[in-house]
Design a protein around this ligand. Structure first.
Ligand code: ZN
Length: 540
């Protein structure tokens, strides 16, 4: 069993052929690899495609008119290149259209606040709602919450902790006195624990936004629910969803949430005016967009490109997962241009519902057992705009050897920064490759370098077009096209034998558990999960 923890792909390169006139060093004389490079790096459409997707179509919340517009654009784009494409319905979801949100502080002074309606929240019904504020108090249990509800009637209820500072920790680390920094962190940690206990005591949850607690406050007569989910960086909040279907649930920026909270806490008479437009559209069909180039020799074996298409919607969904999306669209354009008659069938899956638990890809895998059975390889990308630097065998022991051979054909400038982990560990969740790996089908994640994805763009209000690193995106699309080509042409069908997991209480992560951060990969192969095909099944 290969147990090489990691090696630099460049080390596998056996020869560098003469490449006068090119910046890159080809590892192979294969003319298709050269043509893919030229098409991807010199004729790239990545900028144009990304700009349309991010700026004009914008965010793509599952079940929204925005994602349907995006699905239709994908199909039209593929068809304009002569690629067969379709929208495949897998279920339905709560239809909801976001309108404009305006939040103003009126007293004790006027300030326009940075506020966003949470997804799937009611708006204010075409009117301004002006009300005072109240902080969720410490209560002993859900009966105490019910007894307290009259005091929330007609008010905006604040359900998040106010951050002691909206400066990121690295700013404190750079400029702060070390004792001050430690004191702030300790105070923040205990305040966070106390606030979480305060929410838990109500018997309800704020979920990702205002949750079941927000719904209960609404039903008790609150005018609206205000939350603030700071993302630990300058100007960034993570903005998710709510369950309030009659009153608005609003996310305020770290600074503005803190302002309103302190004014309330100090009895300085804050009044907010909220005007939020939103429209419930009933249940709407939800789709995966699927594009196909049929294989000429092994049409029943499949090489898949995979990236979820849906997003949260406070930003433009650019790095989560517009860049993964454009990586796959552009890779397919390159392949259609230079490799129009693939040996195996090439399929692109643009999944919906990933953000609500991989629903689109899970449904596709469940609905297409023939593709799962015939899957040669799937390449998924879903962690931001950065250059692909991590590639794991996903727990497939023999197939790891095929991956190493493919990588040895990639030009050195693209492969030398890539950390290969063999055999690696199977993805148990996190993104859509997991929906195929659980069947034992060879599905691989292409891991990007961070660019502070987790803090600054992932699920935030700042996930916008300007965050794209175009050179990295071009590199990723070109690399993906090469991997798909190499997987399609491989004389071998990938073996599906899996790594053996150590058993017992003393089990420690063995070699190949990549990712760092304390280790601890799965102890068994991950099991498949039923997709949610209806919003009513969504409990988060
Ligand atoms: Zn994502």
């Amino acid at each position: 069993m290969p147990t090489i923890r990691s090696l630099t792909a460049g080390a596998l390169l056996v020869a560098t052929t003469g490449t006068a006139g090119f910046a890159q060093s080809y590892a192979t004389s294969d003319p298709v690899i050269r043509q893919i490079y030229t098409e991807g790096m010199n004729n790239s459409q990545a900028y144009k495609l990304s700009q349309i997707l991010s700026d004009s179509i914008g965010p793509r919340l599952t079940g929204s008119p925005g994602i349907k517009r995006g699905n239709d654009w994908l199909v039209a784009t593929y068809k304009s290149w002569g690629v067969e494409a379709r929208n495949e319905q897998y279920g339905k979801w709560k239809g909801w259209r976001r309108g404009a949100t305006h939040v103003d502080l009126l007293t004790p002074r006027v300030r326009t606040l940075e506020g966003t309606l949470l997804a799937w929240s009611a708006g204010t019904g075409g009117k301004d709602v002006t009300a005072s504020t109240v902080i969720l108090p410490q209560l002993v249990d859900s009966a105490a919450l019910v007894a307290w509800l009259p005091q929330a009637k007609g008010k905006f209820v604040l359900v998040s902790m106010a951050q002691p500072t909206c400066r990121p920790d690295d700013n404190w680390r750079q400029f702060g006195d070390s004792v001050s920094f430690a004191r702030m962190r300790a105070a923040r940690d205990s305040a966070t624990r106390a606030w979480n206990a305060r929410v838990t005591a109500t018997g309800y949850s704020v979920g990702l936004g205002t949750g079941t607690l927000g719904k209960r406050l609404q039903d008790g007569g609150a005018a609206g629910v205000i939350a603030g989910r700071w993302s630990n960086g300058w100007g960034v909040n993570k903005v998710f969803d709510s369950r309030t279907d009659k009153v608005p649930s609003i996310d305020l920026s770290c600074e503005d949430y803190g302002l309103v909270y302190r004014l309330t806490e100090n009895k300085q008479g804050p009044t907010l005016r909220v005007r939020a437009d939103a429209e419930f559209l009933g249940d709407l069909p939800v789709f995966n967009t699927i594009a196909t180039i049929k294989g000429s020799q092994k049409p029943d074996e499949y090489v898949m490109l995979s990236a979820h298409f849906d997003s949260w919607d406070a930003g433009s969904g650019t790095t989560d997962n517009g860049t993964g999306t454009i990586t796959m669209v552009e890779a397919l354009r390159i392949l259609k241009t230079v490799y129009p008659n693939p040996k195996r069938t090439i399929v692109v899956g643009h999944w919906s519902g990933e953000e609500q638990d991989l629903n689109g890809s899970r449904a596709f895998a469940a609905d297409h057992p023939e593709i799962v059975k015939g899957l040669q390889a799937l390449f998924n990308q879903d962690n931001g705009t950065g250059r692909i630097v991590n590639f794991s065998g996903s727990g497939f022991t023999t197939a790891s050897g095929n991956l190493a051979r493919w990588m040895s054909n990639i030009p050195a400038e693209m492969s030398r920064g890539i950390n290969l982990s063999f055999p690696g560990s199977p993805a148990g969740g996190g993104s859509d490759n997991a929906s195929f790996v659980c069947y034992g089908a060879p599905a691989f994640g292409l891991g990007a370098t961070s660019w502070d994805y987790g803090t600054y763009t992932w699920h935030t209000n700042r996930d916008t077009f300007d965050k794209i690193v175009l050179d990295d995106l071009k590199n990723n699309a070109t690399l993906t096209a090469m991997l798909v080509y190499l997987a399609s042409e491989d004389p071998e069908t990938l073996a599906r034998d899996r790594r053996v997991f150590d058993q017992g209480p003393d089990r420690r992560p063995g070699p190949g558990f990549g990712g760092g951060g304390g280790g601890g990969g799965p102890q068994t192969w991950p099991a498949c999960t039923e997709p949610l095909r209806d919003y009513s099944q969504y409990r988060r």
